[in-house]
Ligand binder design. Structure first.
Ligand code: GLA
Length: 715
């Protein structure tokens, strides 16, 4: 057997002499090879084995059945729709002559080692038509993750219509039963965890709203037999890096196969691939762990910190921010912002963000979107006096924008009523009184870039909250080139990414936040351009603990922005300031309360919390997260953060309600050095890492909505 080893991607041959490829992570392996027809067949995905021969043979691992291909049921890596195949196809096309079947065969393979991660590129070619498909496999070895995407290339001279263009299909081990975990919700209730035993048939999670959506998030977790926990069990998991219409299809059939396919949604999607053009799918990153959902999350978190998040700020700690939205809403002016800023600075806040209402004529949500010049009624001398004032208080300044939108009541709409998505014979349905601009249009992109450049070049703005407050409807583009009408969905996302890339390049000192009425645009695609996500408009701290548990299945604590507030119209709860701070301290910390109403005592307490947060912030933002207790299973939630070298750990513990007079519970910590001694800050107790992990610490809380923070340091 002759192996050529490039990093941890191995091109080898099977015992029967067939070409195979192995992608070996630190603990896991993924294998596939060519069957006798030149089809790419999946072989293995699980713990790393000892030798290449351990991974078996490519080709039907299943019996032959009537009504299927003669050589047996296929486990193709990237099935295209054609011949005798009925699985969810990754690729479906129509050729110019009307033929709608694709037959892909292996053409060549290349291993690239000059990028950030080694990458295997397998090129498949249609047997008859000039269509090439490059399957990219990027191996993030340290993170035990594989990032897959596909590139379709038209090498002929007639257009090809792409109708389904998924990023990847993942095969799970055959003949097993599985449980699927997904994240779903709605506005004000994002990231709810939901589980189902994978039934025969298909489970589809998707967005057809034009955005990632609060209703489902492009992440999946699947565990063997439904037996995995936070700390134990085989889990396969993955996330799509895409912010438009997407779908993830979990399919199980009666041949023992379970598969996960995902990418751009085929709903209302076609793409005209002209001669010489190529189309690249978004990335779908996935991994396997034998150590439960906690480890699955940590692998994804570390990958986000190391690879996905903007490089310019990846090692920078996110500032404590203040946002005035819940206090002033649209009624912003120099005086009320300056007054809030003075109080915020007094607390130790580092970044002051002015939300909606500063531009156009924007006294409520019925007008102004699209008119991005400062409202002189509210800021007669422009924004600079406020920014300078905020800076003089020792804080940076940030601002809110919603560039993808327009109100009918705006100058922009009066000038360009055709810049939105619309069907000429249908109403232009408004949502939150607004319409979506067609970001696929070059003139719209130029307009947005120009006002954003102007805003950022003429003001000392260091943070932009980029909002997106409605789903798409009537996605028409009457001026689209013939045959390209349905490309709007994808072109919108491409336009958005292009604008973000250009803004980040031109204004490297500016940080961005992704907001979409809360957590409607949280995904790995947008995370390449933003520092954080506004997780939910629902700022109730108890609801937030539940949402954070779901959020953290997929996304890094650092990227979760949540404010300490004082009005919880969602739930009418009145938790203590400590509880509110502790909850918001589980990620990037913000404050959104009416500080003018806080008394001296509250101000003093908040100052303490913010000072504490600044001490623990490196561990929370750059450490590893362990979920120790879940409100889904009882009254307690606990999140532990461990520094990279395990010298420090922070535990935030929350009690919903005391029951039956009980007030104590043991928490077993994780991720510590067993032989090291740790001291609990503020206490005399010194315990070994082994004891903290095996016996744990006892926490005492009594009452409703109680919380505490433990900070342990290695001696
Ligand atoms: C959305 C956001 C809020 C706020 C408002 C402003 O609802 O999620 O945080 O910015 O818009 O209109």
């Amino acid at each position: 057997m002759s192996d050529s080893i490039h990093s941890a991607i191995v091109a080898s041959t099977s015992p029967a002499g067939r070409p195979i490829w192995l992608l070996e992570g630190k603990r896991t392996a993924y294998a596939f090879g060519l069957d006798r027809f030149g089809c790419l067949q999946h072989m293995y995905w699980g713990p790393r084995l000892r030798a290449a021969s351990d991974y078996g043979e490519p080709g039907p691992a299943l019996e032959r059945f009537a009504h299927e291909r003669v050589e047996g049921v296929s486990q193709e890596e990237y099935p295209a729709w054609g011949d005798i195949k009925y699985l969810e196809p990754c690729l479906k096309v129509a050729f110019a002559d009307g033929v709608r079947s694709v037959v892909l065969r292996y053409a060549k393979a290349a291993i690239l080692t000059d990028g950030e991660a080694p990458e295997l590129v397998i090129t498949l070619a249609d047997e008859h038509y000039p269509l090439l498909v490059d399957l990219h496999y990027r191996l993030w070895r340290e993170h035990d993750l594989i990032e897959r995407f596909a590139v379709m290339r038209n090498t002929g001279d007639a257009p090809i219509r792409l109708e389904q263009t998924l990023s990847a299909l993942w095969h799970l081990p055959l003949d097993e039963t599985y449980r699927l975990r997904t994240l779903g919700g709605r506005w004000g209730g994002e990231f709810q965890i939901s589980e189902v035993s994978v039934p025969l048939g298909k489970q589809i999670i998707e967005s057809r709203r034009g955005i990632t959506s609060a209703h489902a998030n492009p992440w999946f977790g699947i565990d063997r037999n439904g037996s995995a926990s936070e700390t134990h069990g085989d889990v396969w998991f993955g996330a799509l890096a895409y912010s438009g219409n997407w779908k993830i299809v979990v399919e199980r059939n009666a041949y023992g196969q379970t598969m996960v396919a995902g990418g751009i949604h085929d709903f209302d999607h076609t793409w005209k691939l002209d001669a010489g053009e190529s189309f690249t799918t978004p990335s779908f990153v996935a991994g396997f762990t034998a150590e439960g959902y906690g480890d699955a999350s940590r692998l994804l978190h570390r990958y986000q910190l190391d690879v996905v998040m903007p490089r310019s700020t990846a090692s920078t700690l996110l500032p404590v921010l203040y946002n005035s939205w819940y206090v002033t809403e649209f009624d912003v002016n120099f005086e009320n912002q300056a007054a809030a800023a003075r109080k915020a600075a007094d607390l130790g806040v580092e970044l002051f963000v002015m939300d909606d209402g500063w531009f156009g004529v924007r006294d409520d949500d019925t007008s102004g979107l699209g008119d991005w010049s400062v409202d002189k009624r509210k800021f007669p001398a422009g924004l600079t006096p406020l920014i300078e004032y905020v800076n003089s208080l020792g804080m940076e300044f940030g601002i809110w924008v919603e560039p993808e939108m327009v109100n009918v009541q705006s100058d922009l709409y009066a000038r360009h009523p055709d810049w939105i998505y619309y069907f000429p014979t249908r109403p232009r349905s408004e949502s939150r009184n607004q319409l979506v601009l067609n970001f696929g249009r070059a003139d719209v992109q130029a307009f947005v870039l120009s006002f954003m450049h102007e805003l950022l070049s003429n003001h000392k703005i260091r943070f932009v909250k980029w909002d997106m407050n409605r789903s798409f409807s009537e996605p028409g583009y009457p001026d689209a080139e013939d045959g390209r009408e349905r490309e709007v969905w994808v072109r919108h996302v491409q336009g958005l990414y292009r604008i973000f890339a250009e803004l980040r390049e031109a204004h490297p000192e500016v940080m961005f936040e992704s907001c979409s009425s809360g957590g409607g645009r949280v995904d790995l695609g947008i995370l390449r351009y933003v520092e954080d996500f506004w997780m939910s408009d629902n700022v109730d701290p108890l609801d937030n603990l539940l949402m954070y548990e779901g959020y953290s299945m997929a996304y890094a604590p650092k990227a979760k922005m949540m404010w300490v507030n004082d009005a919880f119209h969602w739930t009418n709860r009145s938790p203590s300031l400590t509880f509110r701070f502790h909850q918001a301290m589980t990620g990037a910390l913000g404050v959104g309360a009416n500080l003018l109403r806080w008394n001296a005592e509250e101000m003093a307490e908040a100052r303490e919390h913010i000072a504490t947060y600044k001490r623990i912030r490196p561990i929370v933002q750059h450490g590893s997260l362990y979920r120790l207790a879940s409100l889904r299973q009882g009254d307690w939630a606990a999140f532990q953060y461990v520094s990279a070298d395990a010298t420090e750990t922070v535990v935030l513990v929350f009690l919903h309600a005391s029951r039956y007079g009980a007030s104590r519970r043991w928490l077993r910590l994780q991720g510590l050095a067993p032989d090291a001694q740790y001291r609990i800050e503020g206490a005399e107790t010194v315990l070994s890492g082994a004891a903290l992990m095996a016996r744990g610490v006892q926490i005492e809380l009594r009452g409703d909505l109680q919380s505490t923070l433990l900070h342990l340091k290695r001696l």
